[in-house]
Ligand binder design. Structure first.
Ligand code: KG4
Ligand code: ZN
Length: 358
């Protein structure tokens, strides 16, 4: 079964053709980063316009690369939530147009579920259940992936996401957008213990939850203080210290949650899963504990349509297709409930908060 997939939730116009949920026949992305860099972040109106301008060309290129024709496609998947509404609508409506003209089923896909599926196209042997940490520009979640379309959120950030924290600190350090990538790059040249007191906040009623706003404010205050006093911040040392604090904070909570839920199969995904220290630390910790560890190939960490095509396949075989009047939503939880999912699905079991102990 071949799925044509669209991902336009933020600033990447991405189109892919995926076979059987696992085999990426082609994947093409038009990045808008150079334009948004001028403004230090994504400008939603510009993002939406650029998607409109490039989606047809990117789609044609995707078919060319896969050496197949539209008549070979069995279903069309598109990200419908969460994201910038003006951006989501471009990909979703383009997908609807193809469905209408070719009488194909439409599969709406949750962006974060797509990130989870980036693990399937990267790791042939991986199948649920596993415990997954999704870390992107807008989300930091620990998710119990019970099955391909059945997930429960175990913990999440109470305020900023990890990627956002990196990006905002990077901006104050004078690094380009998206800052997470640049912090990671220069961190390897710095001393991770140079700034020792970066906080790792504990949350009162869910010790697995995260809070990043305190980390962000703490670091930005140091930077501003130094500026006011005419002192220079060592950018490499600060990048290394921030990277170490954020990764150490995330990994320790993730491992703690895995032990509590008795999971020995762990995975990370989302844009921040490209972070060298995150990948390294998780690898080492899991090896030490005898856990299996999975991560996406670097090309599938950031936003891409291949992951939407993969998740689209699993949603399709569960019957999660939609009529063409489905709307895009700026936010929606990843965890499926009968009320939340666009398709009413009788057979879904209720989600309990924690996995029963063995
Ligand atoms: O998943 P993604 O591409 O888009 C969203 O769904 O948000 O994630 C983008 C985020 C940005 O905050 C970016 O700075 C961060 O991922 N990121 C990184 C790295 N590469 C991308 N953060 C830390 N280290 C990296 N190597
Ligand atoms: Zn994403």
């Amino acid at each position: 079964m071949k799925i044509l997939a669209f991902e336009t939730s933020c600033d990447d116009t991405s189109v892919s053709i995926v076979q059987g949920g696992r085999k990426v026949l082609s994947s093409c992305t038009a990045s808008q980063i150079s334009e948004h860099t001028l403004y230090g972040g994504v400008v939603p109106e510009i993002a939406s316009r650029r998607h409109c301008e490039s989606i047809k060309k990117v789609c044609e290129e995707t078919f060319k690369k896969a050496y197949i024709d539209l008549k070979d496609i069995d279903a069309v998947a598109a990200t419908y939530t969460p994201g910038l509404i003006g951006s989501l609508l471009v990909g979703l409506n383009f997908a609807k147009g193809i469905c209408l003209s070719k009488n194909l089923p439409l599969v709406p896909v949750h962006h974060l579920r797509g990130h989870v599926a980036s693990l399937y196209i990267s790791n042939e042997g991986l199948s649920p259940p596993f415990l997954c940490m999704i870390v992107s520009g807008g989300h930091t979640h620990i998710v119990d992936v019970r099955d391909y379309t059945e997930m429960a959120v175990i913990a999440k950030t109470r305020d900023d996401a990890a990627g956002e924290t990196f990006d905002k600190i990077a901006k104050h350090l004078g690094l380009p957008y998206p800052g997470g990538i640049y912090i990671d790059k220069i961190a390897s040249k710095g001393n991770p213990y140079a700034y020792k007191n970066i906080p790792r906040p504990e949350i009162e009623n869910n010790k697995y939850d995260f809070s990043f706003s305190g980390i962000k404010t703490f670091v930005i205050n140091i930077i501003n203080d130094a500026k006011n006093k005419g002192q220079k911040i060592n950018t490499e040392d600060m990048a290394a210290s921030v990277r170490f604090a954020v990764i150490d904070y995330m990994v320790s909570k993730f491992i703690m949650a895995a032990k509590k839920l008795r999971y020995q199969k762990l995975a990370i995904c989302g844009g921040v899963s490209a972070n060298i220290l995150f990948r390294d630390t998780m690898n080492k910790e899991c090896e030490k504990l005898g856990f299996k560890f999975f991560m996406p190939k670097l090309e599938f960490c950031g936003d891409n349509a291949a992951m939407i095509g993969s998740q689209g396949y699993y949603e399709y075989i569960e019957g999660n297709t939609s009529s063409l009047d489905i709307n895009a939503f700026a936010s929606k939880d990843i965890a499926i409930t009968i009320e939340e999912h666009p398709v009413f699905h009788d057979s879904l079991p209720a989600i309990s908060w924690e996995r029963p102990q063995k």
